[in-house]
Ligand binder design. Structure first.
Ligand code: P5A
Length: 445
């Protein structure tokens, strides 16, 4: 993409309404624009990152054996009356009447809708196990929408639902989700710690929240610092293996890590003092096992091997896809702007032309652009007639991990400059070598 042809409305001033750094940087980098309280338009740069996050979530869900689909945003109130949650959900639910005076709602979550689909089409244990998911907009009329996309009213969520014959099978689905979530967050450059949590309005006997540690997080968390040493890394897990998934769950959840809802002071005090941590975190996902809560209320039964009808065991699992963008920025920025992890960056590499209109510099930038593109990478080329300082400030603000700077002086010596946004370190290289190096970095992902 050439910046002269893009739509990147960066702001010079700090927007006064933004209280936390991710919100401020998303507004300044021209990624989002507030449409009304807690509701945002996703401008091209923000939309590009949102799609990258969505793709990673899809890839990891499919890798775990889960099946993508798409359910609507608007739902009929009748299903929620069946489960009993129409009244329970209270004012967080946006209720709408259609022209026939029927009660509709903008879905805050989809347990009822998916259970209705399941009961219409599945009748035998032979069709189990089954895990369906979608990535769709949700609406919760939060009392205090704030911090930009972090606590929105309209937000983008991956929500998945498992259907199993037995509790044991459903717990395997739970463990499998925990494993796939660990992998998902790590691909986004994040450490998200699974913590024992509370079921809230979704309900559930087992539930873990995934928290990214950040001073601006809304949740207070208590943990053993040993949990931050754990990384999932490059493990090759067989998602069908009950033992392998359980082993990962045990490894990642055996140390104390809890949100304030489930915190136990006595257990916490058993941790050696130097490892006790009280901090704040951003909840980027939550998994639940809730047994037959919805299947009993909504009569979602299957015929078991013995011919008897039994309600299915279920769980649901959510990732806050739009919130993740805020969490990544909270975890990865400096005073000049965002620093995207390579796995989610909107463009792989910036190209800055120090002397637009200089024949040689223009030709070198065009050549870099086409070499990177040929290798399957997406460069963002700042080809505007602007001062170098302004171009660098924009690149730093929008946070592409790599920048190639091209100027007549370097070209005389046959070199361009390759700079890491994270470390600020630069090296001079022939243009082809710079392209090669950038390609190698991304090939490793
Ligand atoms: C699990 C999937 C559920 O709704 N039902 C379907 C279950 N869980 S949850 O914890 O309530 O939400 C899942 C994740 O969505 C994000 N989230 C939000 N993101 C932005 N703004 C909000 N107002 C908001 N509310 C929830 C969180 O990341 C949460 O973990």
């Amino acid at each position: 993409m050439r910046l002269s042809r893009y739509f990147l409305p960066v702001l010079k001033e700090n927007p006064s309404e933004a209280q936390i750094v991710s919100h401020r940087l998303m507004l300044r980098a021209g990624m989002i624009k507030q449409a009304s309280a807690g509701i945002y338009s996703w401008l091209p740069l923000g939309f590009k990152v949102l799609r990258k996050l969505e793709n990673i979530v899809h890839e990891e869900q499919v890798r775990a054996g889960h099946i993508p689909m798409l359910m609507p945003t608007l739902q009929s109130a009748d299903l929620w009356r069946e489960s009993g949650r129409y009244d329970d959900y209270g004012q967080e639910m946006l209720r709408i009447k259609d022209r026939h005076d029927r009660d509709m709602l903008f879905g805050p979550t989809n347990e009822e809708l998916i259970t209705d689909i399941f009961r219409a089409h599945v009748g035998s244990y032979k069709d189990l196990p089954l895990t369906l998911y979608h990535i769709q907009w949700k609406f919760r009329d939060e009392i205090r929408p704030r911090f930009g996309v972090m606590r929105g009213r309209e937000f983008f969520m991956k929500d998945g639902y498992n259907f199993d014959l037995t509790k044991e099978d459903a717990l395997h689905a739970y463990n499998r989700h925990l494993v796939s979530y660990l992998r998902t967050y790590e691909r986004m450059g994040l450490q998200a710690i699974p913590m024992r949590a509370d079921g809230g309005p979704i309900g559930g006997d087992y539930t873990h929240e995934f928290l990214v540690l950040a001073e601006t997080g809304e949740s207070e968390v208590f943990y053993d610092s040993a949990v931050t040493d754990l990384t999932f890394g490059d493990r090759d897990i067989d998602y069908d293996s009950v033992d392998q998934c359980r082993a990962v769950l045990e490894e990642f959840t055996s140390k104390y890590a809890r949100t304030d809802e489930t915190h136990d002071e006595a257990l916490f005090n058993d941790i050696p003092e130097e490892r006790r941590r009280v901090a704040r975190g951003i909840e980027v996902g939550q998994i639940f096992y809730f047994g037959t809560k919805y299947s009993e209320a909504m009569n979602a039964v299957v015929q078991g091997p013995d011919g008897k009808q039994v309600p299915v065991h279920m769980g649901s699992h959510g990732i806050g896809v739009s919130r993740l963008m805020g969490a990544i920025i909270e975890a990865s920025h400096d005073d000049k702007g965002i620093i995207w992890p390579e796995g989610v960056t909107p463009y792989h590499c910036g190209i800055v032309n120090l002397k637009q209109g200089d024949e040689e510099a223009d030709a070198a930038c065009d050549a870099l652009y086409s070499s990177l593109t040929t290798l399957g990478l997406e460069p963002l080329y700042d080809d505007r007639n602007e001062r170098a300082g302004g171009k660098f400030a924009t690149m730093d603000l929008i946070g592409l991990p790599w920048r190639i700077t091209v100027g007549p002086r370097g070209l005389k010596n046959g070199v361009v400059e390759l700079t890491s946004r994270r470390t600020g370190e630069s090296e001079e290289l022939p243009p082809e070598a710079a392209v090669q190096k950038v390609a190698e970095i991304y090939a490793e992902l």
